[in-house]
Design a protein around this ligand. Structure first.
Ligand code: PLP
Length: 385
């Protein structure tokens, strides 16, 4: 009898449960560029590591099962996964994207692929009327992030999938923030899921990785060709680090989320803070919708200070929390989106979204919660306003 394994069990042991040949509990790192053939038309199934590598395959298969997809493809970074998705389209095509999203995604579309004739239309996807209004005869896909970065705006994945189906468009969801542990976009009607594995999947701020997960055989086959042809494939060692990171994904996320809720409540109660953006706060706009399509809130939150003069003081004064870009690791990081992660977004869009000099973003880790709150409290109160 085959046992139906749950998320945590698959995360811990990976799809194959270690190395079949030797019994090694830790899946081996196949650090080889090429593979010997037994004879003509008789290979082990592996030829060259850009095309496929056993360690990468184990990471891909494990993530595919966790996301509820048929197949996952491992890339050398999140943006290389997004780049591969872009290669599904051609000059003249138009893609509708969330206006509040990872700065690098914006740069990729607007700086690199605009010259190739690809048109990107950025709209507030939290109101699906904006999506419908932006669709024209050249529209091929809708690309969303939910909760979004850095304003934590929630887009209705089911509603977007319905619009997409009616108009024969692909739905691509960047699921980096919630991971399959909390949100499974494919089950809600998305066609492709993208990850920056650099963040929660890796979980330790020590690697770069990206993934695309999907169910449609034809699209996956095209993406495999793009992956192998353009070459930004995930290395054996980073594949192993991803497998290692995924083992504790559920534990890390649960603790980081628990810490995030407490930090969000602390910030809300602090007189120097104007607003907290976190989907785990019951009074936050996207709270109800997020609950309908996911099982968690994640560990990324933003907050607005009342006086922008305290921003440099906070960034200089934190001692446990580190002032650094990125998110999703065990260490708590604080960033200043306007000059860091979102420096590339045009001023008018940033202004409309509220990504301004008053906004800070936290990626909450798994340190002791009292240490984290004391650190924030000291940093915020280091300024007498
Ligand atoms: C970091 C990030 C990316 C880009 O991933 P890299 O691994 O840095 O290339 C894409 N989307 C989101 C939501 C991210 O946070």
């Amino acid at each position: 009898m085959t046992l139906k394994k749950s998320f945590e069990t698959i995360a811990v042991s990976g799809v194959s449960g270690g190395d079949k040949a030797t019994g090694a509990i830790s899946f081996p790192i196949y650090q080889s560029a090429t593979f010997k053939h037994h004879g003509l038309n008789n290979s082990t199934g592996y030829d060259y590591s850009r095309a496929q590598n056993p360690t990468r395959e184990e990471a891909e298969k494990t993530l595919a099962v966790l996301e509820g997809g048929k197949e996952a493809i491992g890339f050398s970074s999140g943006v290389s996964a997004i780049t591969a998705c872009i290669h599904l389209f051609k000059s003249g095509d138009n893609i509708i994207l969330s206006d509040d999203l990872y700065g690098g995604t914006y740069r990729l579309f607007e700086e690199t692929y605009k010259d190739f004739g690809l048109q990107a239309i950025f709209v507030d996807t939290t109101n699906t009327k904006n999506i419908t209004a932006a669709i024209n005869e050249n529209t091929k896909a809708i690309f969303i992030e939910t909760p979004s970065n850095p304003m934590m705006k929630v887009t209705d994945i089911r509603a977007v999938a319905k619009i997409a189906k009616e108009n024969k468009l692909l739905v691509i969801v960047d699921n980096t923030f919630l991971t399959p542990y909390y949100q499974k976009p494919l089950e809600l009607g998305a066609d492709l899921v993208i990850h920056s594995g650099t963040k929660f999947l890796g979980g330790h701020h020590d690697l770069l990785a990206g993934f695309i997960v999907g169910n449609d055989e034809q699209i996956l086959q095209r993406l495999r060709r793009i992956h192998m042809s353009t070459g930004a494939t995930l290395s054996p060692f980073d594949s192993w680090l991803i497998l290692r990171g995924i083992k504790t994904l559920h534990i890390r996320l649960d603790r980081a989320q628990e810490n995030s809720i407490k930090i969000a409540k602390f910030l809300e109660s602090n007189s120097n803070i104007e607003k907290v953006y976190y989907v785990g706060l019951e009074n936050f706009e996207g709270y109800e919708l997020n609950k309908k399509q996911s099982t968690g809130f994640g560990a990324t939150l933003s907050f607005r200070v009342k006086d922008k003069k305290i921003v440099p003081k906070i960034l200089e004064s934190v001692k446990v929390i580190r002032f650094a870009e990125s998110l999703g690791g065990v260490e708590t990081l604080i960033t200043y989106p306007i000059t860091q992660t979102h420096s590339e977004i045009p001023e008018d869009i940033k202004k409309r979204l509220g990504v301004d000099e008053y906004l800070l973003r936290l990626s909450v880790g798994i340190e002791n919660i009292d240490d984290l709150i004391k650190d924030l409290e000291n940093a915020i109160n280091s300024v007498k306003s």
